[in-house]
Design a protein around this ligand. Sequence first.
Ligand code: ADP
Length: 465
Amino acid sequence: SGARVRRARNTKLPQYLERGIDVKFSDVAGLGKIREELEEIVKFFTHGEMYRRRGVKIPGGILLCGPPGVGKTLLAKAVAGEAGVNFFSISASQFVEIYVGVGASRVRALYQEARENAPSVVFIDELDAVGRERGLIKGSGGQERDATLNQLLVCLDGFEGKGEVITIASTNRPDILDPALVRPGRFDRKIYIPKPGLIGRIEILKVHARKKPMAPDVDYMAVASMTDGMVGAELANIVEVAAINMMRDARTEITTDDLIQAAQIEERGMLDRKERSPEMWKQVAINEAAMAVVAVNFPDLRNIEFLTIAPRAGRDLGYVRMKMDHVKFKEGMLSRQSLLDHITVQIAPRAADELWYGEHQFSTIWAETADNARSAARTFVLGGLSDKHYGLSDFWVADRINDIDSEALRILHMCYDRAKEILHQNRNLMDAVVDILVEKKSLTKEGFFKLVELHGSLQPMPPSV
Ligand code: ADP
């Protein structure tokens, strides 16, 4: 067990002390090697003398970098919890005050408390709020912030290498920090905490499930595979909301379905419980199924994670969760063929409407994705990807706009025909997916790919443009 916690010597109650931190490394999941690095920090407290005797330098500060909710605060608390030392915390936004001198005096008070109650961890959340490069903000606000930052530097230097007070700070923007902050002896250790991967998400869900009455057969993989991109904070929330769901139904165990419903609430908001006619359910099911059935034919888009036709208040009527596609699309990493595939997927609901309802089309449910397809077709042409080469410069020439539009239209038509062809070939798969969606309102990744295996006839046919 860790170093003894000394009692406060002064009678004034410490303002920044968080009492009763009992977080342990076992509460932080999915971090692999990162955890080992922090376990070393714990040793600076518990075996500080040994390090000093051997001349190993103890870092003054550790910078945890990463997006919100990945567990930076939790990790800092775990360091204090494992080492058995006091934990002082402040959000750097609290340093930033209008009145000159207030921020700096808070920093002084924080470190004074930490020293009087050493050994201790000082945790500074959102360091970038105060640690931005100096001189960038003009006026008195900038002066005040600079004074605060200077004070912080003085405090960090005061503890350099002593291992009595170790500062851990978190930031999502290590790139904008003042260079003075990251000099040796200050925040000289940078640890990046990424969003969790599939296995990490399973582990995080399990950590939060530990103290909950989970059904023995809960399928964590199903929940993890529909939550790509989510962070620990969101996954923790999913388990909480699932528990509430269980209580509401007066059940005694949390099921996979509770978790799936909760994941949907986390991502898309509350369920819209408005009445829908059976025909309307089917129409939405055809819309969503068409995108998934076409997408599964394309290498960059086939990572279908979840399908649902349960509407979310004020957001959407239904949805298909596809891993990567949007990310790649936004980052411009789609190849020419992938961009065509993307257009084909987006126009698929419109094609399905024609195939299933023909002349009797009665909704414009596909309008939004058709818009996506239209604008992507334009991007395709303007990017010089079609056989007829137009560039952005042509866009400013009035008589070229018509050419560009008609070329984009040709691409769109071609993709439309391709979507129709694929849907036609996969009628059985479409029917199976639509039936299950109408009956159960959603399909997991595993459920969907089982149907693909049973009914799909996948024959990618790269078109010529
Ligand atoms: P950050 O400081 O990176 O914004 P937090 O540490 O405040 O994130 O995370 C908020 C909550 O989310 C934690 O208290 C915990 O319940 C949960 N959480 C986040 N990351 C993890 C993780 N890796 N393992 C377990 N729980 C996590």
